[in-house]
Ligand binder design. Structure first.
Ligand code: HEM
Ligand code: ISQ
Length: 154
């Protein structure tokens, strides 16, 4: 199944909503990752030395925003081109960062679930199957691109 204009619009709209409270949703996103997979804590440099998820950590916020933005970009590309094109340098960089941090394939499902839960929290009654489907598809394509790059590196 292709990516429709409606799905693209839903993804963009929902990101516009979450964008209005970055501190809140980046923290929620991250907390969900740790709730699903507590052991993932050790992977993140900004967490290793703290007992709880740091509120207002600039790195955490910036990275969380990038994950949402990149997934959103992916949705746009899926609709426009039917495929995902991430700049080679970006992909190489993300591949090597994640590989070096010790990220493995099953972690990608954890981050996906955390992302969807965060959307659900942020959108409330505006969250529905179509929103979930759009984000899921876009995320899966992006995750596959990163995982493929990680495999080429080792
Ligand atoms: C770092 C995006 C999946 C764990 C990053 C950064 C970005 C990013 C943009 C920051 C790179 C930098 O500027 O330094 C993504 C995207 C993903 C994804 C788009 C999926 C589509 C994952 C998964 C995990 C993970 C599945 C595992 C739980 C990490 C870690 C870092 C990182 C540990 C390094 C953070 C640090 O110590 O500074 N990711 N990521 N990421 N990501 Fe991901
Ligand atoms: C890095 N990679 C994936 C997900 C993230 C969530 C919050 C902060 C950083 C992240």
């Amino acid at each position: 199944i292709g990516f429709t204009e409606k799905q693209e619009a839903l993804v963009k709209e929902s990101w516009e909503i979450l964008k209005q409270d970055i501190p809140k949703y980046s923290l929620h996103f991250f907390s969900q990752i740790l709730e699903i997979a507590p052991a993932a804590k050790g992977l993140f440099s900004f967490l290793r030395d703290s007992d709880e998820v740091p509120h207002n950590n600039p790195k955490l916020k910036a990275h969380a925003v990038k994950v949402f933005k990149m997934t959103c970009e992916t949705a746009i590309q899926l609709r426009e081109k039917g495929k995902v094109v991430v700049a080679d340098t970006t992909l190489q960089y993300l591949g090597s960062i994640h590989l070096k941090s010790g990220v493995i394939d099953p972690h990608f499902e954890v981050v996906k679930e955390a992302l969807l839960r965060t959307l659900k929290e942020g959108l409330g009654e505006k969250y529905n199957e179509d929103v979930e489907g759009g984000w899921s598809q876009a995320y899966d394509h992006l995750a596959l691109a990163i995982k493929t790059e990680m495999k080429q590196e080792d």
